[in-house]
Design a protein around this ligand. Structure first.
Ligand code: F6R
Ligand code: MG
Ligand code: MG
Length: 365
């Protein structure tokens, strides 16, 4: 059977700052998806990662389907009403347009979708990250799909021997989508040359070269490209099919052990290590650290199993401890140098005004 998995995610309000949505908000979104999705979706799973709430649903309508996107938009609007009623912080902050216009892409919420012919067994992982942007996935997906140091299947599995095609998007180009398709292993150095710049070049999707089947879909929205200014970090989501002709679940997870430094953290304006956390985690130290969660599922005729929490295992306790140390280490240098993002990536225009004022006070001596 051909099935579509769609995830649509937005920050529509949270308790105590940018920490966690309220139970009432989550219930409101859940109820709305249930009510509106009755004849549309096969199954759904509502979760949050930090202050972002995500609607994952399965259906047979293909990607970019107007009715599915409208369902999510309406559920986010209903959640926003609840957020306003409860006085939550940032109520409706990611809903950047007043009225729905056919596709939720470009309206604020993040979207990752994949349509595929269901395999007899069909495992996949849904990743969601908070307090960072889509480039945060560049390194883990590069390592998980292209580096035999992390992905043993590249050496061991004949189904993966042909490598993968990476579709990379230039998110600075806003006229239309500007993408490049590069193949592993022969284009590895070119892929690395692009992916080192997390703020400009981001992985949009990955395909198996042996089967042509899609393995990965990542949201590539940059909110400031929609709003013309920063309205919050883009807090990206990703879907990854695993096993068989794709990397094993554990190969896709392995790179998150690094806790690599990403853009985001406090006020979306700092550098911090990405911490793999349990599902439905909250946010804390310095409005961070940036977090990523993973829910693994199997799917049969569009029906989802319950989620398996991929980072809820004693192994990751030690990793989290190391990453906390990294977070503290970079925070100890405050605003200085690499700890804070360059001007182009700051979420606030205030510093630009400040510098303009100071510029006038400079004198040539
Ligand atoms: C992401 C997030 C941050 C905030 C940013 C602005 O989830 O919460 O990127 O959008 O810190 O925050 P305020 O509204 O406090 O200026
Ligand atoms: Mg937020
Ligand atoms: Mg967020």
């Amino acid at each position: 059977m051909k099935v579509t998995v769609s995830v649509l995610k937005a920050d529509i309000g949270s308790i105590g700052g940018h920490i966690i949505p309220s139970q009432a908000l989550i219930s409101e979104v859940k109820n709305k998806v249930k009510e509106l999705g009755k004849d549309l979706v096969i199954d759904s799973y509502i979760s949050h990662t930090g202050d972002d709430i995500a609607i994952l649903c399965t259906h047979e309508r293909g990607i970019s389907d107007e009715k599915i996107h409208k369902l999510a938009w309406d559920a986010f609007i209903a959640g926003t009403e609840m957020a306003k009623k409860q006085g939550l912080y940032g109520a409706g902050q990611d809903l950047l347009k007043d009225a729905f216009s056919g596709n939720i892409k470009g309206m604020g919420p993040a979207v990752a979708e994949m349509e595929f012919e269901e395999r007899p067994n069909e495992p996949f992982v849904f990743f969601a990250a908070d307090k960072t942007d889509p480039g945060a996935y560049n390194l883990p997906f590069y390592l998980g799909f292209a580096d035999p140091m992390y992905c043993a299947g590249l050496i061991l599995s004949p189904k993966m021997a042909d490598g993968f095609t990476f579709r990379i998007v230039d998110v600075e180009y806003t006229e239309q989508d500007k993408v490049i398709d590069l193949n592993t292993p022969e284009d590895l150095y070119d892929i690395a040359a692009l992916l080192r710049d997390n703020e400009r070049y981001v992985i949009e999707s990955i395909y198996s070269r042996s089967s042509g089947n899609q393995a990965v879909a990542i949201s590539t929205t940059r909110l400031h490209n929609i709003a013309g200014k920063y309205t919050g970090k883009d807090d990206p989501i990703a879907l990854v099919r695993v096993q068989g002709e794709f990397p094993a679940t554990g190969e896709v997870l392995a790179p998150y052990e690094i806790g690599h430094f990403v853009a985001g953290f406090m006020r979306g304006s700092h550098t911090g290590p990405l911490m793999p956390c349990q599902l439905n985690c909250s946010i804390s130290y310095f409005d961070g650290p940036p977090v990523v969660t993973g829910a693994a599922f199997c799917i049969k005729d569009g029906k989802l199993t319950e989620p398996a929490d991929v980072f809820d295992h004693p192994y990751w306790d030690h990793v989290r401890l190391q990453i906390s140390k990294k977070a503290t280490a970079i925070r100890r240098q405050g605003f200085s140098g690499a700890a804070m993002l360059p001007y182009s990536e700051l979420e606030y225009g205030g510093i630009v005004e400040k510098l303009e004022k100071l510029e006038k006070k400079f004198k040539l001596v």
